[in-house]
Write a protein that binds this ligand. Structure first.
Ligand code: AMP
Ligand code: ZN
Length: 478
């Protein structure tokens, strides 16, 4: 832990920057609300995990022993966060005529593929909701007598039984509640089901026996139970997207308080990433071609260009997606990769007087990340060191160290990896490379007619040859 740059994080509970004070000295325990695996994640969802990953990497960089848990929700998340609608998983399974277990497995694997592509580190544990149902029933059984009541449709949590329901959201009585469907018999509009009974005569694909009848756990209950089971209450940091600040996390907090018989919210710091927004509605999973990471890759963008796009904005700022913006992020990534490639050469002579510059730069970088994960500033510090320091050995050591936080995989990526190559191209890479090699030979033999002919042939098949491109992009597919 660097004394010089103590970590400060924005706590949504207090709406303030707070010094990070670990509950267990030297350790950091973090829980991140994970995906509901009923469909592919869109790139906005993945912003939430890039943010959580940067948080985890920062904690590791600063010397804390990190235990990070991300859950996989495979039951209980309704189409409306606020306790109404159908179970997302059941709905998708019905529409695809597949079993829920198949759906969950397929989309969990798809999510993990995106996690790997974005160089998000594996958490210490992935908790899968359906593995914890007995613990959920036990948790509900413990809090039920003092905090819950039963209706025909399920077991409901009475939010008036905890001291400050909705402190996190700040607006429970306005926006939040107006979105909640009235359920006959609910005591308060914000009350939520922690156990949903299967309606008589119906059978759900996923249902379990409980003291309140056959049914399924509520989504909020799942996260309280899994976070407490693995990390122990209270733990340090709970993360999620900003939408969770309004309903899901206030409900988790209420349950945690009920379980602890105190006002303790269960986690000391609650952090929320702002949204990635897109104007044309392509973020919606119900639109045909929605913005998933694979779409970016199919259009020729390396997935880490999307990670770069995320890092360029502070996690608490809204970030607008555009293809131009993604292209600019890719170019910026390519510049960094080129600078690293250049630094691989041997040092003629170690430069003197660089130690001071290096330590000033490191201080810049650490102030940035320790100041509520200021990744835009951390990127600037990295770029500065690459341009101002002469000694290659130092450059590479700094890149390795800073990239352990940024996660751009800078020591392994090559310029060729970052080349634009859309999936629907009419020509293979091997064909392009062969034509370019032949063209090189023709040029070496000063056969410029043949070299031009080869270039025209490539152009006719959509390949632009980029002689002398400053970023070393030898060709581009249109
Ligand atoms: P879900 O799978 O719907 O539970 O969402 C997974 C995560 O993505 C949650 O933390 C959400 O808060 C977050 N999220 C949803 N939409 C966006 C968005 N457009 N930008 C950033 N985060 C989002
Ligand atoms: Zn959650």
């Amino acid at each position: 832990m660097t004394e010089a740059h103590p970590l400060r994080l924005f706590n949504s509970l207090t709406r303030q920057l707070e010094a990070f004070q670990p509950i267990h000295p030297g350790e950091a325990r973090v829980y991140t609300c994970g995906p509901t695996v009923y469909n592919y994640p869109h790139i906005g969802n993945m912003r939430a995990y890039v943010f959580a990953d940067v948080l985890g990497r920062t904690l590791s960089y600063l010397g804390y022993k990190l235990t990070h848990v991300i859950n996989i929700t495979d039951v209980g998340h309704l189409t409306d966060d606020a306790d109404a609608g159908e179970d997302k998983m059941e709905k998708m399974a019905a529409s695809e005529a597949r079993s829920i277990w198949d759906i969950a497995e397929h989309y969990k694997q798809a999510y993990w593929a995106d996690v790997r592509a974005l160089n998000i580190r594996e958490p210490a544990q992935w908790t899968v909701a359906t593995d914890y149902v007995p613990q959920m029933i036990e948790f509900a059984r413990q809090i039920a007598p003092r905090h819950c009541y039963e209706l025909d449709s399920g077991l409901y949590f009475d939010v008036s039984t905890v001291p400050d329901y909705g402190r996190l959201a700040r607006a429970v009585t306005e926006d939040g509640v107006s979105r909640i469907d009235p359920v006959p018999g609910k005591r308060n509009a914000a009350d939520f089901a922690i156990w949903r009974k299967t309606p008589p005569g119906e059978k759900r694909q996923m249902e379990w026996d409980s003291p309140w009848g056959r049914g399924a756990p509520g989504w909020h209950l799942e996260c309280s139970v899994m976070s407490g089971a693995v990390l122990g209450f209270p733990f340090d940091i709970h993360t999620g997207g900003i939408d969770h600040r309004e309903i899901h996390h206030p409900c988790e907090i209420a349950q945690n308080q009920a379980h602890a018989c105190s006002a303790d919210p269960g986690a000391n710091i609650w952090m929320h990433n702002n949204f990635l927004v897109e104007r044309s509605g392509k973020m919606s999973k119900s639109s045909g071609e929605f913005l998933r990471l694979q779409l970016l890759i199919d259009k020729g963008y390396h997935p880490l260009a999307y990670r770069m796009l995320c890092l360029q904005a502070h996690y608490r700022s809204e970030l607008e997606f555009s293809w131009e913006g993604l292209g600019a992020a890719l170019t910026r990534l390519k510049r960094l990769v080129m600078a690293v490639e250049k630094a691989r050469g041997p040092d003629a002579k170690r430069q003197r007087y660089e130690a001071l510059e290096l330590s000033a730069n490191r201080s810049w970088f650490e102030t940035a990340i320790a100041g509520d994960l200021n990744t835009p500033e951390a990127l600037a510090a990295l770029e500065d060191v690459l341009s101002s320091i002469q000694t290659n050995e130092c450059k590479l050591a700094v890149v390795e160290s800073y990239d352990s936080v940024l996660g751009l995989n800078l020591l392994n990526l090559t310029r060729a990896d970052l080349r634009i190559r859309p999936k629907d191209a009419q020509i293979t890479e091997a064909e392009i490379e062969a034509a370019l090699a032949a063209r090189k030979e023709a040029r070496a033999a000063k056969d410029f007619a043949r070299s031009d002919a080869l270039r025209d042939e490539l152009a006719a098949r959509g390949v632009e040859v980029m002689d002398g491109d400053p970023l070393g992009w030898e060709w581009k597919l249109g």
